[in-house]
Design a protein around this ligand. Structure first.
Ligand code: HEC
Ligand code: HEC
Ligand code: HEC
Ligand code: HEC
Ligand code: HEC
Length: 400
């Protein structure tokens, strides 16, 4: 007879749940805390079969990241894009639809199942190589794709920061009744704890008390743009409807779907740009270009700005506008030389891009992006050979 296998947190709670050692279980089990709202909040302790009743019917890829039964065999082959599907149980067989202690810790040794902590998290928190392919979007959570090319991972931030550096802040050593110091198992980004000089988290040394405001400010920029895009999305959706049945419709629908993809890339990453502010900005710029193209191509509301957009400098005040036009011209000429088919369409496209760059109101930071507006226009992205990131990097001036 097989011994009964228990994958629940109760297994560890016997010892790690007492008054003196209970912090870990309590932190992890946010789902059981009184203020937990299932719709708005996430937690590793949240049972997927309760929170997302349709997930158990959606096959093995859900099992791999949303159940303990699936996560354990999944993490046996922890490469980021490998769900190890052959080894996974069928959804019907799953007993533990949450991410319990034994997902990350081997219960016999308590060691982490995957030594590389970034890989441990990234095996589940990745965007499954989703691409903007014109089809309606499927769910994906690209935290790893954002993070892995960010300043934190590539050595630009003065110290390398991993997922756990930001999401599992250490408590102060002398935290009294809360038990011994340990890494935070709520997995929340906690700027107060991270920059508490009494801890070993180390952020205080450089950021002092400013970490929370630095992060909030960056997030506000991104959420402001997301909000503005929400209005453009509505406009483009209506415009698309009016084009239904026309010859242009299939292409416009693809552009619209791709715009939603780029917006979801930023939304589903979950950090409002903190994982990679540059990359988030690029995705949002691309989405904006696509939505505007859809609206303008149908002639409904061309040139209109969403009403809540604040007044910015006019085109005359935007530095580098002339240069931007020249640049667009050069790119256009290059492109025409390369692509001999349908040149007329792209001449129109270049001129239109130049014009939309001019007439668009620029928000505080956005005037720094005038070159980007051209380079990041999806028409250019679609044929430009160099990885757009490299080009953008050279020209990109990050808003501060
Ligand atoms: C029989 C009691 C007991 C159970 C059950 C138990 N632990 Fe522990 N665990 C301990 C003790 C005691 C320590 C040492 C605490 C210390 O050093 O402060 C410890 C330490 C740990 C550590 C730290 C190891 C280190 O290197 O510092 C981890 C991680 C851990 N346990 C995870 C787990 C997990 C996950 C489970 C459930 C699968 C679990 N434990 C179940 C008693 C238990
Ligand atoms: C999503 C993955 C994950 C889950 C789930 C998880 N842990 Fe951990 N745990 C970690 C990581 C990663 C560390 C090491 C963090 C660090 O210090 O960088 C850790 C550290 C610990 C430590 C402290 C070890 C030390 O050296 O101080 C204990 C104790 C512990 N975990 C117990 C638990 C218990 C009990 C549960 C279930 C309630 C649990 N963990 C659930 C990832 C996880
Ligand atoms: C086996 C898959 C898996 C692994 C491994 C995993 N997560 Fe998660 N994580 C999830 C799922 C699924 C959710 C969403 C739960 C829900 O829907 O409520 C989640 C939610 C989260 C959240 C938001 C909710 C919260 O608890 O604050 C954060 C942050 C997070 N994970 C960070 C991490 C970090 C950091 C690691 C690595 C130490 C990690 N995760 C490892 C599957 C995983
Ligand atoms: C520089 C610090 C930092 C690093 C490094 C980092 N994150 Fe985050 N992460 C954040 C912040 C800040 C948020 C937004 C949290 C908020 O606004 O409450 C966030 C949000 C998230 C969320 C969404 C949480 C939710 O409640 O929706 C997940 C999941 C997540 N991170 C996973 C990861 C993973 C996986 C890694 C590593 C591949 C990682 N993070 C690396 C700072 C970081
Ligand atoms: C050795 C000094 C140093 C340490 C230690 C340090 N940082 Fe930083 N960090 C910086 C500098 C410098 C910047 C750039 C400041 C700016 O852009 O305003 C920065 C920027 C950031 C940003 C914004 C990044 C961006 O460009 O969007 C975040 C978030 C951040 N740090 C988080 C952390 C966290 C969390 C810790 C601790 C785990 C930490 N830092 C530790 C020096 C440090």
């Amino acid at each position: 007879m097989q011994p009964k296998v228990d994958l629940s947190a109760g297994l560890c709670e016997n010892c790690h749940g007492g008054a003196s050692h209970g912090a870990v279980i309590k932190e992890w089990d946010e789902y059981a805390s009184p203020g937990f709202e299932m719709e708005a909040m996430l937690s590793h302790s949240e049972p997927t079969d309760v929170a997302e009743p349709s997930a158990p019917d959606n096959g093995k890829s859900c099992v791999s990241c949303k159940s303990t039964d699936g996560a354990i065999p999944n993490l046996a082959a922890p490469e980021v894009y490998n769900l190890n599907e052959d080894a996974l149980p069928e959804p019907e067989a799953v007993k533990e639809w949450g991410i319990t202690c034994t997902v990350c810790h081997n219960p016999h040794t308590t060691a982490l199942r995957v030594e590389d902590e970034v890989q441990l998290c990234a095996n589940c928190h990745n965007g499954r190589e989703a691409e903007a392919d014109g089809a309606p979007m499927e769910y994906f959570y690209p935290s790893w794709e954002m993070y892995s090319s960010s300043d934190f991972a590539t050595g630009v931030h003065p110290v390398e920061l991993t997922c756990t550096d930001c999401h599992m802040a250490q408590s102060p050593v002398d935290s009294g009744a809360n038990g011994p110091a340990g890494p935070d198992h709520t997995f929340d980004f906690d700027p107060a704890l991270l920059s508490d000089p009494e801890t070993e988290n180390g952020c205080y040394a450089c950021h002092e008390e400013n970490l929370a405001s630095l992060v909030a400010e960056r997030q506000e920029n991104i959420s402001g743009e997301l909000q503005a895009l929400g209005q453009l999305e509505v406009n483009a959706g209506e415009a698309l409807e009016t084009a239904n049945g026309t010859e242009a419709y299939p292409e416009l629908e693809k552009a619209y779907n791709n715009a939603l993809f780029h917006i979801a890339y930023v939304e589903n990453d979950g950090s409002l740009g903190i994982h990679n502010v540059d990359k988030a900005a690029i995705h949002l710029e691309t989405a904006r270009g696509l939505l505007e193209n859809v609206t303008e191509a149908t002639g409904t509301g061309a040139g209109e700005e969403p009403t809540e957009e604040p007044e910015g400098p006019t085109s005359e005040e935007v530095p580098g506008f002339g240069a931007a036009i020249a640049f667009a011209g050069v790119l256009g000429a290059l492109y025409l030389g390369k692509m001999k088919t349908r040149p007329g369409k792209y001449v129109v496209c270049c001129v239109k891009m130049a014009l939309t760059t001019e007439t668009r109101n620029h928000k505080q930071n956005r005037n720094k992006y005038s070159f980007n507006k051209i380079l990041l226009n999806p028409f250019f992205l679609s044929f430009w050979e160099a990885p757009p990131g490299k080009l953008v990097e050279a020209i990109f001036e990050r808003p501060d």
